[in-house]
Design a protein around this ligand. Structure first.
Ligand code: ZN
Length: 335
């Protein structure tokens, strides 16, 4: 294995700098040790017991890793996903294409974040960026071109192995991958010039503690950007499972409804309404935040829709009503 170094990583339990041995990081203060797999430290706190199914997915990805290219690993991972046998071929094809197109999608999303940020704030430093919930690497590749070092944090080791493969195949070496949670970011306060969370907020069941950690680790003047699919979207099906109006149901009924319609497990997603998103940002960033319509072009719609949406955003009362039912929001903020 490569010798990797994690000079700035802190213990997620007590925020003490970690000491590094062969394939373990150890906290000299609380004594917790954190294993490293393929150069990816497991800094989840508290560390859950992985299920047999999760271990099996990781074991199979590790076994295939060396010989497989990125698309092969993506397909392998999807086939191993619980519920994938019950899902229709059409849905599985849709999901596979969605994942394979993620690098291009990530590029468009990061462009949208930066364009919207530039309307309100200035990103002044380009040393260290955080990609929170980096998944299998959608926005890591773009951020790696813009910042000296990028940290990708993600709870799923299976996703991180895909991200590692994506980076490797693009010959990118300035990205640190960490298995961890947004609730305990293993970095000191005032570390990051920039942080983004792409397709993440809807998978974080308690948004406020995560935003507080982002705020803590951003340096003063550091910027944050995220998208958030709207729970009360009137126009498009729920993007993860392609079922309409899931968000209109009480939250506890949504998983059963999705399982009945598609056979898919729906317990990792909880879309935020406009009001919930606004309240969470307000409580952490105060007035230094803006929420607006996500740019349709970032989701591959024709550019002219962007122009319409930006016009709509400038009509005060109408825009505030439309934001409540529009498919996706973009949020930007500054510390
Ligand atoms: Zn510790």
């Amino acid at each position: 294995m490569n010798t990797l170094h994690f000079p700035h990583l802190l213990c997620p339990a007590c925020y003490t700098p970690l000491s590094e041995e062969a394939d373990t990081l150890t906290c000299p203060s609380c004594g917790t040790s954190y294993p490293i797999t393929m150069g990816i430290p497991d800094l989840r706190h508290p560390r859950p017991a992985d299920t047999l199914a999760e271990k099996e997915v990781v074991a199979q990805l590790l076994a295939a890793y060396k010989k497989a290219d990125y698309p092969t690993l993506v397909q392998l991972r999807l086939r191993l996903e619980p519920g994938s046998q019950a899902a229709s071929d059409t849905l599985m094809t849709h999901i596979t294409e969605y994942v394979l197109s993620q690098l291009e999608r990530g590029r468009r999303m990061v462009r949208m974040y930066h364009e919207e940020l530039a309307q309100h704030f200035t990103i002044s430093g380009h040393d260290l960026a955080l990609d929170l919930g980096c998944g299998s690497g959608a926005s890591l590749l773009t951020l790696a071109e813009q910042f000296k070092v990028v940290v990708g944090i993600e709870p799923s080791l299976a996703s991180l192995l895909l991200a590692r493969k994506a980076l490797e195949s693009h010959d990118i070496h300035n990205v640190i991958l960490v298995q961890g949670y947004g609730q305990h970011i293993p970095y000191a306060e005032n570390s990051f010039d920039y942080a983004n969370a792409l397709n993440v907020l809807e998978h974080v069941f308690e948004v406020k503690p995560v935003l507080q950690e982002i705020y803590r680790t951003l340096r003063p003047g550091g910027c944050f950007a995220a998208d958030s699919r709207n729970r009360f979207d009137l126009f498009l099906p729920e993007p993860h499972v392609q079922v309409r109006w899931v968000g209109m149901l009480p939250r506890r009924l949504a998983p059963r409804y999705v399982y009945w319609r598609t056979g898919l497990i729906y317990n990792h997603t909880q879309l935020l309404s406009y009001g919930e998103l606004r309240q969470a940002l307000q409580s952490v960033f105060g007035v230094r935040h803006y929420i607006t319509f996500a740019y349709p072009n970032a989701y591959n719609a024709p550019k002219r829709f962007d122009t319409w949406v930006k016009k709509l955003a400038n009509i005060p009362l109408l825009s505030s009503l439309a934001l409540r039912i529009y498919p996706s929001h973009i949020a930007v903020a500054q510390k």
